[in-house]
Design a protein around this ligand. Structure first.
Ligand code: MF3
Ligand code: CO
Length: 252
């Protein structure tokens, strides 16, 4: 069942989204050689709690942290730990906050120190894939239009999109219907209507699309060992076009 949100509920989702976005921005400011991913996670958890919110991911299906921090060939769901970031790493941070009954969910890939030109190009392309997907999320369009926009932009640049993990509806639950794939055919799939709230989250690989989960049950890596990047926003479908709900409080 797809749960539509009214304007009052969307305003509340914007609050949860702002806390999520502020946490992500904070994560970006912390990325530098020498910090461990566990240190970043601790700071994000404290920040979210200080806002009167709860980290959406903590204990979700047993997930042991507040953020997913996925370095280099780790695609998503990297568990924060002792690993110390080093210059040249690309660091995907995914973080969500639950506030006043609603979730925000967002992600971005940050360069640590000096990264290669190829790595930066992958980051820039993946961010643009997200914005292409958002631009396609018009009332009356279809889910396939979003997926196609993302897939085409990535593949035109020689990259591949991950198939095994996709975006999702979001609201009172972190994962709601519908599924939001990062690939698809224009004009196909569910029709988008005002009040839908979805997380669009392209995962783009420098090499092939295949990924596998590590024995910890969470960490997802590229099969070919090549780099992967990930960007995500929570958005609302409205009569006036897509609205990004995960906007930092200073930009609201
Ligand atoms: N943004 C991710 C998602 O939409 C976060 C889930 S990680 C989990 O699936 F640990 F919370 F599961
Ligand atoms: Co998500």
């Amino acid at each position: 069942m797809i749960v539509l949100k009214n304007s009052h509920q969307l305003a509340r989702m914007k609050e949860a989204g702002a806390i999520s976005a502020d946490a992500l921005q904070l994560a970006g400011s912390l990325i530098e050689p020498g910090i461990t991913t566990a240190e970043i996670d601790n700071i994000l958890r404290e920040f979210i709690l200080k806002q009167g919110a709860k980290p959406s991911f903590l204990n979700y299906n047993g997930y042991p942290a507040s953020a997913c921090i996925s370095v280099n060939n780790v695609v998503i769901h990297g568990i924060p730990g002792k690993y110390k970031l080093k210059s040249g790493d690309i660091v995907s941070v995914d973080v969500g906050a639950f506030y006043e009954g609603f979730h925000g969910d967002n992600a971005a890939t940050f360069p640590c120190g000096q990264v290669s030109e190829e790595a930066q190009r992958l980051i820039d392309t993946t961010r643009e894939c997200l914005y292409k997907g958002i631009a396609a999320a018009q009332a009356g369009a279809r889910l396939g239009d979003i997926g196609h926009a993302i897939q085409q932009y990535a593949e035109d640049r020689g990259y591949s999109v991950v198939r095994q993990y996709i975006g999702h509806g979001v609201g009172r639950n972190m994962h709601e219907e519908p599924d939001v794939p990062n690939y698809g055919r224009p004009g196909h799939g569910l029709r988008l209507i005002p009040g839908m709230t979805i997380a669009i989250e392209p995962m783009v690989n420098a090499g092939g699309p295949a990924v596998r989960t590590m024995p910890d049950g969470w960490t997802v890596k590229t099969c070919d060992g090549k780099l992967s990047a990930h960007f995500e926003h929570t958005i609302a479908i409205t009569e006036d076009g897509p609205v990004i709900l995960t906007t930092p409080s200073q930009e609201k």
